[in-house]
Design a protein. Structure first.
Length: 255
């Protein structure tokens, strides 16, 4: 197996693990922080609109902070990777994931000190901000597998990419070339499978979070933080090149 293909396979496994982490964080935050999402910012945007409509000041502030924290996480990870790249460091993904693990642990500690489940107050805002920042960093840290764009926290995008890939394969199977720009060029089958696999992993993470929340409450986030640290340490031992953060070209048949 070539080095490039081996790297792709390693990143596939890392992406699945990160989607599992995102689902667990979202599930635990939703249950422990009174219905707040920390990875699913589409959901928070909807909830923000509803909070404004019903005049709920605290909820409005909470969703705005979560959205802002996610953006801060995206930017912080991008800046960290850029700085490390210019310093000659090649293993940026482990560094970002270690910071993510720390932020998840901080969120878990805030929830634990507040009794394991919050409903209003500064602690809820701080915990949500820490977790949303962590998820933003994760989203920015791993954006490609091979030459193909992925997102480990964006379920809607994953479903869109996977479904359009299948439609494109259907056109090719019947020998039709009459595809509009809405139907993308065909991607490798493993990337198509990955799109749906990430959705399953995200849902599985939420399922596990829901089951364990009954007994452990928000403190299960400590376990998620530990798992994130393990993923960071494993990736540190992998021989991965610096992540390619350039726009994905629309060229069929790329690895």
């Amino acid at each position: 197996m070539s080095a490039g293909r081996r790297e792709v396979h390693l990143l596939l496994a890392v992406a699945i693990a990160l989607a599992l982490i995102a689902g667990a964080c979202d599930g635990l935050a939703y249950l422990a922080l009174d219905g707040l999402f920390v990875a699913n910012q589409t959901g928070n945007t909807v909830l923000l609109g509803l909070a404004i409509a019903r005049g709920d000041g605290f909820a409005t502030v909470e969703y705005v902070i979560a959205l802002a924290a996610f953006i801060v996480g995206l930017a912080a990870a991008a800046l960290l990777i850029e700085r490390l790249t210019r310093s000659g460091v090649t293993r940026m993904l482990p560094a970002v994931l270690m910071v993510e693990a720390l932020l998840i642990a901080v969120g878990a500690l805030i929830i634990e000190l507040a009794g394991g489940r919050l409903s209003g107050g500064t602690s809820e805002l701080l915990a949500g901000a820490a977790l949303a920042t962590a998820m933003g960093m994760q989203t920015s840290a791993l954006q490609k597998v091979g030459s193909w764009a992925i997102r480990t926290t964006f379920v809607t995008g994953l479903l869109t990419d996977g479904t359009l890939d299948l439609v494109a394969r259907g056109f090719d199977a019947v020998g039709s070339s009459a595809r509009s720009e809405a139907i993308p060029d065909e991607r490798p089958l493993r990337i198509v499978v990955l799109s749906f696999g990430l959705v399953v992993a995200y849902g599985l993470g939420a399922l596990i979070a829901g089951l364990f929340f009954k007994w452990q409450g928000g403190t299960m986030l400590f376990v998620v933080a530990a798992f994130t640290l393990v993923v960071a340490l494993v990736t540190a031992r992998m021989k991965l090149r610096a992540p390619d953060r350039r726009p994905t070209p629309s060229v069929p048949g790329q690895p």
